[in-house]
Ligand binder design. Structure first.
Ligand code: IVH
Length: 675
């Protein structure tokens, strides 16, 4: 009997491998070798076996792409290696400067690059353990993303298992999920037929499909994946020489790698590649918003390293934004979170950059004057990717006989407080502060936003009501909201009220970085909030820090430091913080503690070289920690090196360090230095 089961098990495994192979031929190579009916037959045979012997079902079986009940919420996954972003170049001059910088930095005449399409989709991380797809996450804020494993499993071009006999213990593959233009068009066609809302562009359709709690909905939308790199890995076969070898390795593991990815030499070939891809753009099966250049040699990548949150060795060369002509119907004034009064053009709706645009920013009064924009004008509007649309210029020949000029109001259009414009600023600001309902609403929306306290369901319509009815005046009031207060609001079902109460409760457990960001301190964005949390480690220390202390933190200059000091000097702000903490908002106090000693930048002036694989932290992480503590990481050992950190299988750097008599540390030794 056992023999028989064993035999069936083997057969099922053989069927799976066969199905995977056909799947790969069909979805990745676009070159099927058997008719669909044959494929269906194999698939059904496997299904029948698994039905009869459920104990033989494996997680990576092709039958398991769709399954499981809808989730209640996505859980969070912390990336082992952060998912960084890319710096942008918008024209040839910026690419030229990039290439020159690298040639100088690397002291070479020409740099070899890989050139790749910049896919306009969503970045994801796929994690394979012992060759089996275990989990997948969105990029999120680069450090933590959402667990979308079940949805990713439904994407047929993502292998559920790696087609090798000796799979690596760990492999993280990074790439972009997108919807092909053709699939997007047929999805919208289906949406129309069902009387449902159409998607504005393939990117939105892909995002909407991927963030479904019910994986069967994702499965019904055809999504595609392209790999462009790796995250953490323990893989003896991983190429160590070039990025192009890594891509070739991923392709050999059956990951889709766009055939447009190539290697080029020097600046002139970069620009040629850009031209050639721009010419193909319309006929490519997927949307792109530019191309990406990456230094091909991994040793050179390592030498160049990272600056802030982007690699120095790569850049995105973006296509110029699309421009269209439309009519400017009116100019309204919006009040932002910090009171800035922004003139906004109301436009005759126009389709540009993949979405319908009805508003565009005019920035400030000076800009309106400079561009001589008047109400009634025909204007050119531009939209680049996610960027807010803007009015570029006026088509003067089309100006009608009667137009009205715009005058910046002297008072806030919302609260009526005086608007002032400081001599060194281009914007007028409402002086109403948090007494101005518009500023209050924005502050609360910001506080609740996804990257801040992440209170799901607290949208602008709800905040409008809460503030207008004076139920909520400060973020602290949110934590006193009861079910009854919410349920009495317009258009609020009991269930939604319940959900919001629950979301508010859930947001109490947060992180120091999120909390700092949520406060909405002027000039303190998400990245700065993270730096503050990591370097100071506690809210008390932040509130007590003087300008000098704040400026010891890399990337924090006098202006940001002053904004922070001004914020905490305001008694009202400190009261709100006190109330928030009293209502139970909390975070792990140890968070960032390890680097809070950075007060003295303990590694300042010290140069490190890393070689070999470290047991618990990745080289990238080690590098980031060293740099945050003021140290420098270099790619090669010289007389100037202070420490060489050695992992398993160190290279020749180890020998050189020994011969030069440089202090050698293992990972534990390094971590001990940081304590
Ligand atoms: S590499 C450290 N390659 O662009 C850099 N990114 O701005 C890691 N993207 O979040 C990214 N195509 O979503 C890389 N060929 C490509 C890409 C690409 C699109 C996106 C990706 C990333 C963003 C960075």
């Amino acid at each position: 009997m056992n023999d028989k089961i064993e035999e069936i098990k083997q057969y099922a495994q053989k069927l799976r491998a066969e199905i995977d192979e056909h799947n790969y031929r069909y979805y990745v190579q676009d070159n099927p070798v058997i008719p669909d009916a044959e494929y269906d037959k194999l698939f059904r045979e496997l299904q029948q076996i698994e039905q009869q012997y459920p104990q033989l079902i494996t997680a990576d079986s092709p039958t398991q792409r769709v399954g499981g009940a809808p989730l209640k919420a996505f859980s969070q996954i912390t990336h082992r290696v952060p998912m960084l972003s890319l710096n942008n170049a918008f024209d040839d001059a910026e690419v030229t400067a990039f290439d020159r910088r690298l040639c100088e930095g690397l002291t070479v005449e020409h740099v070899e690059y890989t050139a790749e399409p910049k896919f306009d989709g969503l970045a994801v991380n796929l994690c394979y353990e012992n060759g089996v797809f275990k989990s997948g996450a969105t990029r999120g804020d680069g450090y933590t993303g959402e667990d979308i494993t079940l949805n990713l499993k439904t994407i047929k071009s993502i292998p559920l298992s790696l087609p090798v006999d000796d799979p690596p213990p760990l492999l993280e593959v990074r790439g972009e999920v997108l919807m092909l233009k053709a699939d997007f068009l047929s999805l919208n066609q289906r949406q129309i037929e069902k009387g449902e809302r159409e998607f504005a562009n393939p990117r939105n359709a892909a995002a909407g499909s991927l963030r479904q709690l019910d994986p069967s909905i994702t499965a019904s939308r055809r999504l595609t994946f392209f790999a462009y790199g790796v995250g953490q890995y323990q893989d003896p076969h991983m190429p160590q020489d070039k990025h192009s070898s890594v891509l070739a390795y991923l392709a050999a593991l059956h990951f889709p790698v766009a055939k447009e990815c190539t290697t080029v030499m020097g600046l002139s070939e970069l620009l040629k590649y850009f031209q050639s891809i721009a010419a193909q753009r319309a006929s490519l099966p997927y949307d792109i918003d530019g191309v990406v250049y990456k230094v091909n040699s991994l040793a050179q990548q390592n030498e160049l390293g990272f600056v802030s949150r982007a690699p120095r060795f790569a850049i995105a060369h973006k296509f110029p934004a699309q421009e269209v002509v439309t009519q400017l119907l009116a100019i309204d004034v919006q009040v932002g979170r910090t009171g800035a009064l922004t003139p906004v053009a109301r436009l005759k709706p126009v389709f540009v950059g993949g979405a319908t645009v009805t508003n565009a920013t005019l920035h400030n009064a000076d800009e309106i004057e400079r561009k001589d924009v008047r109400i009634g004008d025909t204007v050119i509007v531009r939209r680049a990717g996610d960027v807010i649309p803007e009015v570029v210029s006026v088509v003067r020949e089309k100006r009608p006989a009667y137009t009205t000029s715009f005058v910046m109001p002297s008072h806030c259009p919302v609260c009526g407080a005086k608007a002032v414009r400081f001599a060194n600023e281009s914007v007028s600001r409402c002086t109403g502060g948090l007494f101005c309902p518009a500023q209050r609403k924005q502050a609360i929306l910001h506080f609740a936003s996804r990257r801040a306290m992440d209170i799901e369901g607290l949208g602008d319509k709800l905040v409008d009501q809460l503030v207008d009815l004076a139920i909520v005046r400060t973020p602290a009031d949110l934590y006193r909201l009861g079910l009854t207060a919410l349920a009495n609001l317009e258009r609020m079902a009991d269930k939604s009220a319940n959900n919001i109460v629950r979301a508010i409760e859930k947001s109490k457990q947060t992180t120091l970085a999120r909390f700092i960001y949520a406060l909405g301190i002027r000039n303190v964005g998400e990245a700065t909030a993270k730096d503050l949390a990591a370097h100071l480690g506690s809210l008390d220390r932040l509130m007590a820090a003087n300008s000098q202390r704040l400026q010891q933190i890399p990337d924090i200059g006098p202006v940001v430091a002053q904004s922070i000091i001004d914020f905490f000097a305001e008694k009202h702000n400190c009261e709100v913080i006190e109330q928030l903490c009293a209502s139970g908002v909390h975070w792990d106090e140890h968070e960032g503690k390890s680097i809070s000693i950075a007060a003295t930048a303990p590694l300042s002036g010290k140069t490190f070289v890393l070689t070999g694989a470290l047991p618990t932290v990745s080289r990238e992480q080690a590098k980031e920690i060293i740099e945050q503590l003021g140290g420098k990481v270099s790619g090669s050992v010289s007389q100037k090196t202070d420490y060489v950190v050695v992992g398993t299988d160190p290279g020749s750097k180890y020998d050189k360090a020994v011969s030069l008599g440089i202090t050698i540390l293992d990972e534990a030794g390094l971590l001990a230095m940081l304590k």
